[in-house]
Each structure stands twice: as structure tokens, then as C-alpha cells.
Design a protein around this ligand. Structure first.
Ligand code: IMP
Length: 505
């Protein structure tokens, strides 16, 4: 006889928090969002913690080096996507670890033979007005010049004009050597009244650009997540197929934490992968596993040695697993069940294994709910895909700026290792879609805005940290009629766009 879970399975939107008493010191600036990232024993400190409970999804459209740096600057961590060769993934990890604060690797680069048409298209796509010109058009190619909006007049210049004809050539540029400190670079920027300064290696290849605004921004990152050598923390996705090749190169590249990326984690393949890592590296390599949606799945991965466990099947915004295979569980129900098992495991063994709620966060208040229901931290895909720093281009769709966002199980990502059960390498059906999400600007201001709401709701619950939130939260289910009451209703909106920020952030 099959097992029937009691009751229905529910999603975040079906719950609300009932405020508790908040004292005068319960104000957002006093709230700590620090969260354990990996398991620890009772009375000890976790080897890795987050300063904000956010991680970015292990996805091509989300977690590249640029987003990883931006998120680490805010106190969270990215997991670089594993659906690429181990060497390419390791190069991205290295790029984050080698990141010199304030030096930006340009993702809008030109070749000299390109034309003004290309410049305008690239500017439209990226939103960047300064574009380095390199010999081969790559981010670290030999620097030949730079194009900014001061170099051309779109109303007068021929669209066929070649970049090399109107760029500011290297001979006329002020540059700094790779050995320059950020403070020296900043002095050069101020002395020469520059907006950006190219940093160039001895052999003339481009390291990156220092922007006046980024230097200022760097000084404003009090929660940035750094390792002992003051480098940004970064994670990386692995799978249960090629871990023997992938894990060593990621560890060599300096990945701080790994995560087995799979649509379904309650499987022997994950135990085998974890065992291989433990045999080879002991506890020195931290690795999360998942995804599971019930207590049994959690306990299996806990016993198999996971450093954290990820929860969620079928709730991702680009996910069609439930439609295709009929597996999954409402994210809220799954999370509550798994967190209860985590607490039971802790009481029994004295080992606390953090739980990550992965996918299905639509509104900012879903973040607070997930944390109140017991998640130690969150993994978000759609949320981060919308920002400047995600790896995708910004596109204009019917007059609105959008970013592309596609599932790892879509035909576009072709991440079959994520779904592989050890048999046929090519599944004949997809579990994800290819989509657009509304472009939302820089990560920093969006994350800070979302977390301001989380902090302020925590204060409403009388909680100054995430452990207190879990203890004190009073959570209620809402009826379908109450859901209608929760939005603007029975009024005529003057500006129909005024709800867009509510819907997407
Ligand atoms: P989102 O934050 O709701 O967009 O969900 C992101 C999560 O969806 C990821 O962290 C993955 O766990 C999951 N995911 C990514 N790609 C796919 C897919 O193609 N199908 C199903 N789930 C996916």
C-alpha cells in the first residue's frame, strides 16, 4: 500500500506571519541575518557561515563569476553552474577567487573590425557605455583601445564606421599596471578625471576595468563574505556522474563549498558521490546535497555525509517536473517536514545540518516565511536572473527590458547530468522551460531592498536573528478568500504598473 501524506501540500503563498511583540530595540538595523552554511556539532561554530541567507542557483542563466562577486559583496554565496566542462567551471571559480576588489572583468568587449552598429547593439544589450576593444574581442585579450559614448555621435556617424576608426586608442588612454592597488587606481582615476581605468598586464592584455563608482561601492560592503585570505567565497555545482574529474579541479581552483546539483537527491548516486569525496578529502571539502522533499530524504543525505541539504522539487519558476513526471511537493510543506527532521536529527546526534530552501520564491515575503518555517538559507534562481550581474544579455521585448532565464532541465541548458539516473544519458523529455524575466537593475540595491523587508518583518515577529525568528514566528494558513483580501482590491488602480515591484521582488 502506498504511503499517503496526511493533508495537502502547500506553497508559501498560502501562509502569513502573525506579528508578535516587538520591543524598542527590535529595529531592522539591529537584525542579524547570519546563517550557518555547513554542518557543525553542538557547541561548535560552523566552518562556513553566510552573512545573509541567500545563495544563487546552480544555473547557466544565474551563477557566473560576475554575479558571484556581487552576491559575496552583499554577504551571500553563488554556486557556479556545473553544466559546463570541469575546466570551464574551475576557470569561473578562479575568476572569483582572483577577483581584485573593484576590478571588473568586462563582459561587453569589442573587436577593432566591428562597426558602430555592433557598438550600439552591445550597449543596448548590456547597458554599459564603456567597452574595451581587444584584439580578439575577449575580456582578457590584448587591449587596443576603449569606446565610450564620447567617441561617437549616433545621429551623425555612419553605422558602418569601424570601431578602430573612432575608439580612443591605447596610446591615448591612461592605464594602470596589474600590480596597482585599488587605492592607487583610485588616485589615478581622480587625478585624471576618468570614469574608468583599464588595468593592463605587462604583456598588454586586459585584466579589467576599475570604475569610479565601484571603488566607492566597495567601501560600502560591510557584510561581504571573505575567506581567511580576504578573497570572496564561492561555491560550485557538481553532479553524480563526473565527480572524479570535476571535484579535484574545483578544489584546486579554490571553491569553498560544493553542492550536488540534482532534481532528485534521495538516491544512491548521491551517497556514492559523497562517499567518494569523504574518502578522498575527509571533511576538508564541504559539500551539500539534494534535492529532497521529506524527512526520509533528509535523513538519507544526512547519514550519507552531506554538509547541508537542499529542499525543493517542482517549485522552481522554470520547472515543469511536476507536469512531466508527477513528482514533487508544495515547497512550504516540504520545507516544514524536512526542517522538523533536521531538528530531530540534531537532538539525536548533536550535529546540526543546515537546510536550504531551493526555488519557488516569488515575493520577498516568501523569503521571510521560508526562514520562519525553518530554512537556514535560501537558493534563488529567477530572483537573481533579473539583475545586471547575471550572465545573460538584457533584451528589449516589446519596449520592456528583459533578461533571459532558462531551466537546467530545458533543451537549451541540456544539463542531463542533473536528471541522470545512471542509465540512458539522454533523457527524451525536458523538465524546464526557456523564458524571460523582467530586468531589475543591479543586484546590490535589489538584495538590500528585499532584505530590508525581511529584517522589518522579523522585527514585527520580535526576532533579532534567524534562530529567534524560527522560535518566535507565528504562522497561519490563509484561505483562498483571504488571499484576495491581501492584494489591492475593490479599488481602481491609477497606475497599473505600480504593482510590478510587488510581483517581482
Ligand atoms: P526559482 O528560484 O523559482 O527560479 O527556482 C530555481 C531552482 O529551480 C533551482 O535552484 C533548481 O533547483 C531548480 N531548477 C533549475 N532548473 C530547473 C529545470 O529545468 N527544471 C526543474 N527545476 C529546475
Amino acid at each position: 500500500m502506498a504511503t499517503f501524506f496526511p493533508g495537502e501540500s502547500h506553497t508559501f503563498s498560502e501562509y502569513l506571519l502573525v506579528p508578535g511583540y516587538s520591543s524598542c530595540e527590535c529595529v531592522p538595523k539591529n537584525v542579524s541575518l547570519r546563517a550557518p552554511l555547513v554542518k557543525y556539532r553542538k557547541g561548535e561554530q560552523p566552518a562556513l557561515s553566510l552573512n545573509i541567507p541567500m545563495t544563487s542557483a546552480i544555473m547557466q542563466a544565474v551563477s557566473g563569476p560576475r554575479l558571484a562577486v556581487a552576491l559575496a559583496q552583499e554577504g551571500g554565496i553563488s554556486f557556479i553552474y556545473g553544466s559546463q566542462t570541469p575546466e570551464d567551471e574551475a576557470a569561473m571559480v578562479r575568476e572569483v577567487k582572483d577577483y581584485k576588489a573593484g576590478v571588473v572583468t568586462s563582459d561587453s568587449n569589442l573587436r577593432p573590425e566591428m562597426t558602430l552598429v555592433d557598438v550600439l547593439a552591445l550597449k543596448e544589450r548590456s547597458g554599459h557605455s564603456a567597452m574595451p576593444v581587444t584584439e580578439d574581442g575577449s575580456a582578457h585579450g590584448r587591449l587596443l583601445g576603449i569606446v565610450t559614448s564620447r567617441d561617437y555621435r549616433p545621429s551623425r556617424d555612419s553605422r558602418d564606421k569601424r570601431v578602430e576608426e573612432f575608439m580612443t586608442p591605447i596610446e591615448s588612454l591612461v592605464t594602470a599596471p596589474a600590480t596597482a592597488t585599488l587605492s592607487e587606481a583610485n588616485d589615478i582615476i581622480w587625478e585624471n578625471k576618468l570614469n574608468q581605468l583599464p588595468i593592463v598586464n605587462d604583456d598588454g592584455t586586459l585584466v579589467g576595468l576599475v570604475f569610479r563608482k565601484d571603488y566607492d561601492a566597495h567601501k560600502e560592503n560591510p557584510l561581504e563574505l571573505l575567506d581567511a585570505d580576504k578573497r570572496y567565497l564561492v561555491g560550485a555545482g557538481i553532479n553524480t556522474r563526473d565527480y572524479e574529474q570535476r571535484v579535484p579541479v574545483l578544489v584546486d581552483a579554490g571553491a569553498d563549498v560544493l553542492c550536488i546539483d540534482s532534481s532528485e537527491g534521495y538516491s544512491e548516486w548521491q551517497a556514492i558521490t559523497l562517499r567518494w569525496i569523504r574518502d578522498r578529502y575527509g571533511d576538508s571539502v564541504k559539500v551539500g546535497a539534494g534535492n529532497v522533499v521529506d524527512g526520509d530524504g533528509f535523513r538519507f543525505l544526512a547519514d550519507a555525509g552531506a554538509d547541508f541539504v537542499k529542499v525543493g522539487i517542482g517549485g522552481g519558476s522554470i520547472c515543469i517536473t511536476r507536469e512531466q513526471k508527477g513528482i514533487g511537493r508544495g515547497q512550504a510543506s516540504a520545507l516544514i517536514d524536512v526542517c522538523q527532521e533536521r531538528d530531530k536529527y540534531f537532538r539525536e546526534t548533536g550535529v546540526y545540518i543546515p537546510v536550504c530552501s531551493d526555488g519557488g520564491i516569488v515575493y520577498d515575503y516568501h523569503m521571510t516565511l521560508a526562514l520562519a518555517m525553518g530554512a537556514d538559507f535560501l537558493m534563488l534562481g529567477r530572483y537573481f536572473a533579473r539583475f545586471d550581474e547575471s550572465p545573460t544579455a538584457r533584451v528589449n521585448v516589446n519596449g520592456n527590458y528583459m533578461k533571459e532565464y532558462w531551466g537546467e532541465g530545458s533543451a537549451r541548458a541540456r544539463n542531463w547530468a542533473r536528471y541522470d539516473l545512471g542509465g540512458d544519458k539522454k533523457l527524451s523529455f525536458v523538465e524546464g522551460v526557456d523564458s524571460y524575466v523582467p530586468y531589475a537593475g543591479p543586484l546590490k540595491e535589489n538584495v538590500q531592498g528585499s532584505l530590508m523587508k525581511v529584517r522589518s518583518t522579523m522585527c514585527n515577529c520580535g526576532a533579532l536573528d534567524l534562530a529567534q525568528l524560527r522560535d518566535k514566528a507565528k504562522i497561519t494558513r490563509v484561505s483562498a478568500t483571504s488571499l484576495v483580501e491581501g492584494g489591492a482590491h475593490d479599488v481602481l488602480l491609477k497606475d497599473s504598473t505600480s504593482t510590478s515591484s510587488v510581483n517581482f521582488g
